[in-house]
Design a protein around this ligand. Structure first.
Ligand SMILES: Nc1ncnc2c1ncn2[C@@H]1O[C@H](COP(=O)(O)OP(=O)(O)OP(=O)(O)O)[C@@H](O)[C@H]1O
Ligand SMILES: [Mg+2]
Length: 276
């Protein structure tokens, strides 16, 4: 583990503009992610997980705070200066059904980031796309098929292959596995673990599921209503949770339903309403 974190998030604040003013979805959040490690971000629905992910990949511009990627603050960079950094942080989206263009063939979806990276030759892009599709465990027959012809787990793999095509330093997986059934979740997780072992990829995994967290993340951040309420090495946080949410999460982890990957009932909170 290197001493300089790959990602250093400091005092991140994200306000959404809603009718009647601003709604603070992320409130003074700080954490670091070291190279080659996986950080899990957990917390109930609506606590700000996806908002943090979108800020890190700069799909949204934070209200304030710093997001240091290898020492460069990307929080406030204008789009022009952000462009060369975009490929370094890739996101696999929460909804595998909505995040892929249904009209494109899998190989074209995966080849597009290669083109953006400057791989000029069509043949070379095809070759690399085929390698990536193979890397995520899909057969070569997948190359010519389009997203509607795939299962949820297969789409998720295409999303991961597309993200890897950018050769990112950091992969942000927003509940990449939650829309999928249990055995598929396990396969996708195993794939992420393999990739990490083989390529030293650094990951942020956003999840509701403690089984997932324990399996793949060294470090853990627990959020509640936009704030970090607990953080540290996963084993330590789970050994002595101080927050009711983390305790409930830990109890739920011992519940067979959670071990098989379903969200524990007690932790499924309705999405918080945005104040009008
Ligand atoms: N575009 C938006 N405009 C206004 N409010 C938003 C917007 N997107 C999210 N919010 C609000 O910000 C808060 C955080 O949302 P976010 O999607 O980050 O939560 P989450 O932790 O990812 O939830 P889930 O586990 O359900 O995916 C919620 O209260 C949500 O209603
Ligand atoms: Mg979310």
């Amino acid at each position: 583990m290197s001493d300089t974190p790959l990602l250093d998030v400091r005092n991140l604040v994200v306000d959404y503009q809603v009718r009647g003013g601003g709604f603070r979805a992320v409130d003074d959040v700080s954490f670091t992610v070291h190279k080659g490690r996986t950080l899990a971000v957990v917390g109930e629905s609506g606590c700000g997980k996806s908002t943090i992910a979108c800020a890190i990949v700069r799909l949204i511009k934070p209200t304030s705070g710093e997001i240091l990627l290898d020492g460069t603050d990307i929080a406030a960079l204008p789009e022009r200066r952000l462009r060369p950094l975009r490929s370094r942080v890739q996101m696999v989206f929460q909804d595998p059904y909505a995040s892929l263009d249904p009209h494109l063939r899998a190989q074209d979806i995966v080849a597009e980031p290669l083109r953006l990276r400057g791989v000029r030759s069509v043949a070379e892009r095809r070759k690399q796309a085929a390698e990536l599709i193979d890397r995520v465990g899909l057969p070569s027959s997948a190359l010519d098929r389009r997203p509607p012809e795939f299962s949820g787990g297969q789409r998720q793999r295409i999303g991961i292959a597309r993200a890897l095509a950018s050769s990112p330093d950091l992969l942000v997986c927003d509940e990449a596995t939650s829309a999928l059934d249990v055995s598929v979740q396990a396969q996708v997780l195993a794939l992420l673990e393999d990739l990490q072992r083989d390529t030293g990829l650094t990951c942020i995994v956003i999840s509701h599921n403690l089984g997932v967290v324990r399996q793949i993340s060294a470090d853990l951040v627990v959020l509640r209503a936009g704030k970090v309420v607990e953080s540290g090495p996963t084993a330590e946080v789970l050994a002595a949770p101080t927050q009711p949410y983390t305790r409930a999460l830990r109890r739920a982890a011992l519940d067979p339903a959670t071990m098989t990957g379903r969200k524990p009932r007690a932790l499924v909170a309705p999405r918080e309403e945005v104040p009008a």
